[in-house]
Structure formats: C-alpha cells, structure tokens
Ligand binder design. Sequence first.
Ligand code: COA
Length: 175
Amino acid sequence: MIIRQERTEDFDIIDQIHDKAFGHDWESKLIRNLRTEEGYDPTLSLVAEHDGQVVGHILFSRVTIESPVGSHPALILAPLAVFKKYRGIKAGTMLVSEGIRIAKERGETIMLVYGHRFYERFGFTLAHEKGIFRPNPIKGELVRILELEENAADGVMGVIKYPVSFRPLIEEWYK
Ligand SMILES: CC(C)(COP(=O)(O)OP(=O)(O)OC[C@H]1O[C@@H](n2cnc3c(N)ncnc32)[C@H](O)[C@@H]1OP(=O)(O)O)[C@@H](O)C(=O)NCCC(=O)NCCS
C-alpha cells in the first residue's frame, strides 16, 4: 500500500470512491468545490494505492475554531473513504496516520473530524467535551478532536468555521 498526494488523473476515481461509500455525491462535490476554493492544499489530499490502483482517499482542510475572544486554526479531516472491496487492509488507517504525520510535521496543533468510532484508535476524543462544536450543534454531536501537541486545545473553545464549500454539506446535516 502506498499513500501519496492526489494527481489530476485520480480525480474521477476519487469521486467514485466517495459516491459509492456514502451513497450520494455530496462528498465528491465538496472535494471538487474545495479544489477551486482559495486555500485548498493539494498536499493534504491523499490517496491509498494498492497494486497500482487507487482504493481510498482522504482530504484535510483548513478550518478555524471561533470564539468571541479569538480564532484558532485547525485541520478538518473530511471526507475519508475506501472502496468496499479493499476495506480491512489498513488503507483507512494509513491515510489517517499519514495525514496526522504531515500535520504534525507542519506544526498544526488541532485536527477535527465529524465521524464514528473508527477515529478513536488514533486518539480522537469528543470535541464537545472540550467546548468545540459544529455550527448549530445537535444532540449526539460527533465532532472528534485530536490534539497534535499536548494540551493544544486548552483554552480553545468555540464553533468550527468551515470553508464555504462545506455549506451544502452542512445544510444536509441539519435536514
Ligand atoms: C471507515 C473506512 C474509511 C475504514 O477504511 P478501512 O481501509 O477499511 O480501514 P482499516 O482497514 O484501516 O481499518 C478497519 C477497521 O475499521 C473499523 N471500522 C470501519 N468502519 C467503522 C465504523 N463505522 N465504526 C467503527 N469502526 C469502523 C473496522 O471494524 C476495522 O476494525 P479492526 O481494525 O478492529 O478490524 C471504511 O470503512 C469506509 O470507507 N467506510 C465508508 C465511509 C465512511 O464511513 N467514512 C468515514 C466517515 S467519517
């Protein structure tokens, strides 16, 4: 398994990975929109390649955690998916781990993800317990946080501000 940065020729297969995994095209549209948005960082769009085939993809984007007293930068992990046929052979784990490695290397301090218990194995915990929420937090809030430096979230509380491209997805979350 190789983890590498996305290339233009991977764009269609990346769409397919997410469309099949999530059963709709919200995530692939999100990725395509983000690619055209200012601040998009292609070095944080990674694919897992197995036997020469792209089988999984992960993207990290810049967000901020906003409070009345300030703004704190973070990276949001979204989306992540692996083709069903290739699940269980650690593509997902390697994609997340490589993203965490790159983020730490760059001095990032906080990583966020909206997702299930898969992320616990990397040390993600519930963000609302630290006072960090999505816009319009709802019951069963599942935003998770990983501090990339010890106590990086101490004193950081507030609401996550996403890139504009996330707006349609955020609207879907509240339907
Ligand atoms: C989640 C996903 C990316 C994991 O990819 P993967 O390559 O199969 O992951 P790995 O092989 O590294 O790890 C598999 C482990 O993840 C666990 N896992 C998968 N989905 C999970 C879920 N919804 N909740 C908890 N654990 C989950 C598996 O049980 C397995 O556990 P094990 O290591 O104890 O056997 C993949 O299942 C997927 O694409 N799912 C659909 C899309 C999705 O849910 N994306 C994440 C949205 S937040």
